[in-house]
Design a protein around this ligand. Structure first.
Ligand SMILES: Cc1cc2nc3c(=O)[nH]c(=O)nc-3n(C[C@H](O)[C@H](O)[C@H](O)COP(=O)(O)OP(=O)(O)OC[C@H]3O[C@@H](n4cnc5c(N)ncnc54)[C@H](O)[C@@H]3O)c2cc1C
Length: 378
């Protein structure tokens, strides 16, 4: 038996791969989402008591990686079960768990996640979306702007990261609020992205959005801790997304390089073609190993250890994905840039894994400061 994956995890991997193969690159997002949910894959990390599979981020990352490797990634898995499901399962009230977890697990409801703001960007400590209490009703009133938020149109609600206005000290603290898609004052504008993906990105405006007291997830005073409980799974899942995409691109290139013959032998016999593909494969395997370590630590409850590993896994997977896609496109020559072969659009898609949810440079900063103890430049 492999010491890296259990027999159950291996069985999950091959079952999801079979599902991905049935749907393939021309997949319909909605149909695949519903089928994956029905088979228990979307809620595989959520608690059994609330309709989930009782597994962890290890299992959820297997699902996303295998769907990506088949050419049909479900981006909202990074957000809905991984961030929102985790945060609600760990910090939500029993009523919030009852309301959301079974529906996130069976795919009937989806939740988006909004932290990025136009004037804060990578510096999420600078977010200004503010929640204040209506002293008469106890309701929350949320005001602010978000940008690049994925899937808000297809999500029933968005988990918005804001700050409460602390009446006593005037300081602000990060807090998480469930904002229903059609809440009055909650508007969205689709951003025109150069991405060919089933999921769209939105700029959001929150203009005194009135929310009931129980829209707040978790403790008002423990926002940062709760936030990071969701951000580590997000990084691990982005690694899974990137590794899946890299594997998909590499597989197309290998098939092509085996067949395409312009001299005496297939182009794959030339080391100039073969070696970079072999390197791409090694890089993806190494990235997966770090992703598995991060998922293992997270599932074991080691939030601190998982934080460092999740950052490194996201970095390694993003870089491996960008390189694999680049080499795959090159392997196909002119066909790498045709719509028919469908690889050129992955050049843009692969860059997402380098910039989101935390950029390559911010991870290098994190490792420089937290791991190596070097001084900060910002
Ligand atoms: C397709 C897509 C989907 C997304 N989905 C979501 C979502 O669902 N929810 C959500 O909240 N956000 C989402 N995002 C936003 C994403 O998380 C941000 O784009 C990312 O955090 C970077 O922020 P920014 O774009 O403002 O870049 P900036 O912070 O402006 O950074 C620009 C550049 O400067 C570099 N940089 C910044 N600070 C430093 C520093 N101190 N040292 C060195 N370099 C630095 C960065 O590495 C980057 O290269 C999405 C983005 C994309 C592209």
């Amino acid at each position: 038996m492999s010491t890296i994956e259990t027999e159950e995890q291996k069985a999950l991997r091959s079952a999801v791969a079979a599902l991905g193969k049935r749907h393939g690159r021309n997949y319909d997002r909605e149909t695949l989402w519903a089928e994956a949910a029905k088979l228990g894959y979307l809620g595989v990390n959520l608690p059994e008591a609330y309709g989930g599979g009782g597994g962890g981020i290890s299992e959820l990352s297997i699902v996303l990686e295998e769907l990506g490797a088949a050419g049909c990634p479900l981006l909202m898995m990074v957000v809905s079960p991984a961030i929102c499901g985790t945060v609600i399962a760990r910090f939500g009230t029993d009523a919030q768990k009852q309301e959301w977890l079974p529906a996130l697990a069976d795919g009937t409801r989806t939740m988006a996640f909004g932290i990025t703001e136009p004037d804060a960007g990578s510096n999420s400590h600078r977010i200004t979306t503010t929640a204040r209490r209506d002293p008469d009703t106890g309701d929350w009133l949320l005001t602010g702007r978000k940008v690049f938020i994925s899937g808000v149109d297809i999500a029933d609600a968005t988990l918005i990261v804001g700050r409460t206005e602390d009446a006593r000290t005037g300081t602000l603290k990060p807090c998480l609020f469930i904002v229903p898609r059609d809440a009055p004052g909650f508007t969205r504008r689709q951003i025109d992205m150069e991405l060919q993906a089933a999921e769209k990105q939105f700029e959001l405006t929150l203009d005194d959005v009135r929310l009931p007291a129980d829209a707040l997830v978790g403790d008002e005073d423990a926002g940062l801790l709760q936030l990071f409980a969701g951000l580590n799974p997000e990084r691990i899942m982005t690694a899974a997304f990137a590794i899946g995409m890299g594997r998909y691109a590499l597989a197309q290139a290998i098939t092509y390089a085996r067949d395409r013959t312009v001299w005496k032998t297939p182009i794959g016999a030339h080391q100039a073609i073969a070696h970079p593909l072999a390197q791409a494969h090694i890089d993806l395997e190494l990235a997966r190993l770090m992703m598995q370590k991060a998922a293992y630590l997270y599932d074991a409850g080691d939030d601190i250890g998982a934080g460092e590993a999740a950052n490194m896994a996201k970095y390694a997977a993003g870089e491996a994905c960008v390189r694999a896609v680049d080499q795959a496109v090159h392997t196909l020559g002119g066909n790498g840039l045709t719509r028919e072969f469908g690889l050129a659009s992955l050049i843009t898609a692969a860059r997402v894994a380098r910039i989101a949810p935390v950029s390559r440079e911010m991870i290098l900063n994190y490792v420089s400061h937290q791991t190596l103890g070097l001084p900060k430049s910002y």
